[in-house]
Design a protein around this ligand. Structure first.
Ligand SMILES: [Zn+2]
Length: 440
């Protein structure tokens, strides 16, 4: 099948290489494996029992200090940005990145080693079209450190980046369209650079055992120290672009838009990735709401009531409008002024109580579980609600789109779900719910 930019791609065969891990200084072998369509990029820890995988998605982002760390449960992988940048920019949509340690080999501090690896594995087209996020309006994030990132509408994926060091030393600017060829030639060879003052304490604490002038450029005052001379006069801004690409890869879709980044860092890159992912979620909800099915695709009120034991005033879902997969669905609830809770919450200033939104999320998640278990002879009880956030008030007249995704179920008795509520294009609340099942 001929490769077109519009079809998903994976690697042609398994390929790997061995190198040094930056933080531990130990040997690590990284292997790329082909993966099916819509799989995305996942990391696999071959050194751990059961070889757990971690989805390279923004919701799994853990820390952004100096490098980007993702994780699921207690499993982590560190410093994922360069390998992700290479995969994304070289056009690989689906792959497993298998490693026998908690971070990839650092190589020479650039993405060159990963580009070489992808070349070795080959890139092959798959049967499904790619998924894109197209910027429609200007989106932007700003951080306390002075980072400023915009995403502007554009037919292509472009980055215009300004890098500036302390006291605006080493100020550099580069604007480019990111294509596989341009990435390979202009960006992949650009190495990590660090400021001596920043890494000195880490070196003293022995936290970067694998770090050396072989895999980073060290800037000390006016001096630029590295094993080999600078590869580009503006190598720093090129590496900044590399990191922006790697962090935005966590969106999990191709981006059509122009990223304008001023003094970007991993934290601000991640903020933009999160903003894009949320906007994507919102769009999916709106797209669904245009055509509310009342049959095959979802469940109508009667069907919901056959599954859930809840009744007025505690039935918090009117219908299920879609089942995206077996573990993912969207419910809808129209909130009217007649809801009993508005009478006391609060007189003259009606706001839907946050706990009722959590209840709505729990009910939608239960429907998924009952569907999976294929029985309604049991009843689900809430055990805990974590990461609960109420972002915006829900008012009479609002329609809530309740998204639920089962993330874990242990046997048939315990289950975990990630949920969020969307009103008028914005996420109003979110929570991670755990529940248990008991016989009625
Ligand atoms: Zn980097």
């Amino acid at each position: 099948m001929p490769s077109t930019p519009e079809s998903q791609q994976t690697v042609g065969k398994i390929a790997g290489f061995t190198g040094t891990a930056l933080h531990t200084g130990e040997k690590v072998t990284l292997r790329l494996h082909p993966a099916p369509v819509d799989h995305g990029i996942k990391f696999r820890r071959k050194d751990l029992q059961d070889e757990p995988t971690i989805d390279a998605k923004i919701e799994n982002l853990k820390t952004v200090e100096r490098a980007t760390t993702i994780g699921e449960g207690s499993v982590r992988v560190h410093t994922v940005e360069h390998v992700l940048a290479a995969l994304w920019a070289m056009g690989v949509d689906n792959a497993i990145v298998e490693m026998d340690a908690n971070e990839p080999p650092i190589g020479d501090g650039s993405a060159q080693a990963y580009v070489d690896l992808i070349r070795k594995a080959g890139v092959v087209a798959q049967e499904e079209p790619r998924k894109f996020f197209g910027a429609r309006d200007t989106m932007h994030v700003e951080s306390k450190t002075g980072a400023l990132l915009f995403l502007l509408p554009d037919d292509k994926f472009r980055i215009s980046c300004t890098q500036a060091g302390p006291n605006n030393k080493f100020t550099q600017f580069l604007s480019m369209e990111v294509t596989p060829a341009a990435f390979e030639r202009e960006i992949a060879p650009a190495r990590t650079f660090v400021y001596y003052e920043d890494v000195k304490p880490l070196m003293d604490k022995n936290l970067i055992k694998g770090g050396s002038l072989e895999n980073a450029i060290v800037v000390r005052g006016e001096a630029v120290l590295s094993k080999e001379p600078l590869r580009f006069a503006d190598e720093f801004v090129r590496h900044k672009i590399l990191d922006v690409i790697g962090d935005l890869a966590l969106v999990g879709r191709r981006i059509r838009g122009h990223v304008v980044a001023v003094k970007p860092g991993h934290a601000s890159n991640a903020d933009l990735a999160r903003l894009i992912a949320r906007e994507q979620t919102r769009r999916s909800a709106v797209a669904v709401s245009r055509a509310v099915p009342s049959g095959g695709g979802g469940l109508d009120t009667d069907q919901v009531m056959q599954i859930l034991p809840h009744r007025f005033p505690f039935l918090m879902v009117d219908r299920i409008i879609s089942f995206d997969t077996e573990t993912k669905c969207v419910g809808v609830k129209t909130v009217t002024i007649n809801e009993p809770f508005f009478q006391g919450h609060f007189p003259g200033h009606p706001v839907m109580p946050g706990v009722m939104q959590v209840e709505a999320m729990a009910q939608v998640a239960s429907i998924l579980l009952f569907k999976l278990a294929k029985t309604t002879s049991r009843i689900g009880y809430f055990m805990s609600a974590d990461e609960v956030k109420f972002r915006k008030p829900v008012l009479p007249g609002d329609t809530i789109f309740i998204h639920a995704e089962l993330t874990k179920s242990r046997g048939e008795r315990l289950a975990k779900a990630k949920c969020h509520c969307v009103v008028n294009d914005a996420i109003v609340s979110e929570a991670e719910l755990m529940f248990t099942f008991l016989d009625k």
